[in-house]
Design a protein around this ligand. Sequence first.
Ligand code: PEP
Ligand code: MG
Length: 324
Amino acid sequence: LSELLEYEQDLPSETPDEHAMPLMVNTGLAVEATAQLKNRISGVGLYRTEVPFMITERFPGEKEQTRLYREQLESFSPLPVVMRTLDIGGDKDLPYFPIDEANPFLGWRGMRVTLDHPEVLMVQLRAMLRASRELDNLYVLLPMITNVEEVDEALKLLDRAIIELGEEGVRVERPPVGVMVEVPATIYQMDALAERVDFFSVGSNDLTQYLLAVDRNNPRVSGLYDALHPAVLSALDELSRDARRLGRPISLCGELAGDPGGALLLMAMGFTSLSMNAPSLPKVRAAIRRVTLADAQQLLNEVLRLATPTQVHQHLEARMDEWQ
Ligand code: PEP
Ligand code: MG
């Protein structure tokens, strides 16, 4: 990092016209390294619980999971830690839980797996709740939601876990719960979802793949995979408006948040926080500190009128160069 960029990292993530844009990190392993960033971030926007599950030989038990989650919650306390329930399937297979399907990204993934295996989800929820005792910074996030019934079912299991623990003498409150907006169907169910949950988190990696019908990992079609596609941007803009209308915070935790130009557009749309991999923080913070909210909104208006991904990239690059 240049000295300037390094120096800026301890300054607030705020535009020159004083609009604060909270930045969060995505975590999986290596808690210690990211926890060092505690003073520079607003919390963990996405803890991918499947990551530690990938390096074990079987499903970790409740005790082991409690230890893992406690480590996350303690390391970042009092900042919020958004823990996503197990999001396996798609490209993320556990060696001890193989899923063999013709279309894994359209198949048994995320919440679909854990609702079919409530015994797995219950252990995880109980461990999260146990780990959160007296810390109060746990947020639970549900991946791959397609229908509101899935949310209702997950909430029922969460409440059951709370009751069970209470009966065992472990008193815990229900943590705030959010859904991942990554299946396009959720775009059209924001009202019903907001009645059930406390916050939204957009998974732009999957939302892009599903909106554009482009496998996020297939090199043959990677030229078509683009989170700055006008259709994706217009969906994101609409989501942010809906969340605001419904009085729910909306974060974005896909790769787009870690792209400085993308981050400015998301800020202009009104996203309440951005969560990214730690190495992206410096360049995103620098972009935010250089561009006023008014300028970012002007840029968004210009970009939303463009018809092709190429035009969006060219326009964004030109403006980013001016702001260097
Ligand atoms: C996403 O889909 O954008 C996301 C953040 O989740 P993952 O990359 O783990 O699918
Ligand atoms: Mg996803």
